[in-house]
Design a protein. Sequence first.
Length: 448
Amino acid sequence: MRSIWNLIWPQMLTMYSVVLTGLTAVWTAGQINADTQGALGMVNQCGFFLMVVIMALSSGATAAVSQSLGAGKLLRAQNYISVTVLGSFGLGLLLALIGYGHGNGILRILQVPDAILPLAENMWDLSMYALPAQHIYAATGVMFRATRHVIPPLWIALFINVLNPLLCLGLGLGYFGMPAIGYAGLIFANIIAQSVGAMLNCLLLLRSGYLSFQKIPGLRWLGKGLPYLIRVALPAGIASLVWQSGYLLLFVLVASLPVHGVTALAGLTAGLRIESLLFLPGMAVNSSIAVIVGNCLGAGREHDARRLSLLITAATTLALSLVALAIWPFRADIAACFAQDTETQQQIISYLTYNLLSTPFSIASTVMGGVMVGAGATQFNLAVYGGCSWFIRLPLGWFLGHYLARSAEGIFCAMLISQCVQATIMVLVIKYAHWTKYTLKNSQARKS
């Protein structure tokens, strides 16, 4: 258990520092005005959507690298890492070129309120400059976790997550003698931080020997190694696409409410960031358990993979549910820190009420999703997460928010219900489905 904890705690610390960075940006936007906070939330959510492809590639690489190292295949792991890093840069650059200048059309499709559309469009165009570096920084971070080298990148993450808030406060509000350039300062802060993080992570991977641009895999290896990467990445990518598009439509549902659409959007933006205090540690465990399960299955220890999956899921869910319980009495105080007007504060309180109640279910399903990534069984994530998002959360949110309650509270209630169903199904998958058959070893056996 000590080895498991040593893998989890650095990632958890990294995730908390990421949370603080996001909270600083949202808080700074709230100090400017509610329009800026709402526009930032919409642009950030679109940015998460554009990260779908690289996170899918990273899911495939996590399974391949962790299983390769578990089986003692170091060269194979190095090849997968090189392909992932180079691929992340290419994908980020391509998406940035496609996305630049198309913010207006995309944001109109998402029904961004006219009051904040010009602001959101400017934010969108500026944010495209960060996309290639953002892809590399995300992919290299995943590769460090897959190789169990979690301490060196932790120091880089802590540095970046100090630099970003300082730049947000400085360029956004004029602190530390910097010029106050408002919303643009928040975007420039992210561009600088992501670029520095990507550069430092690549240097660290090169120094560790896991990344070498002199040993790029040839066509022969790619013909053998890429099919498994694609087989795992494809359902993971579709699952992320379905999930993130579901969240985008959630923003659309909130923004298009009959009344108080802009303040509800600002409340959702702040609420998501506050909730991430609970959710991101769960993502740290998600990443760790993917590596642990991958190592176990690569070494042929299926029983250990199943036992550790249930144990770590239960422990993480209990721990973070207790944190949610501790936060519950302070919802109003927290909301007051992130919004200046009373109406937005009430929207934040409403969001926190429902999503703190959903903590046991959302954390459990998040951790169990990592189990599927480590096993290469990402099609289960696609079926469960995608199904619950599109067939429960969104239709129910539309009905409750726009017709029954006619407020954001109905949409937040639908989120709670969908998380309950999602967690229940994932528990049944872990216990009864044959998810261990999707490993790299089994895939190669079927080929031969």
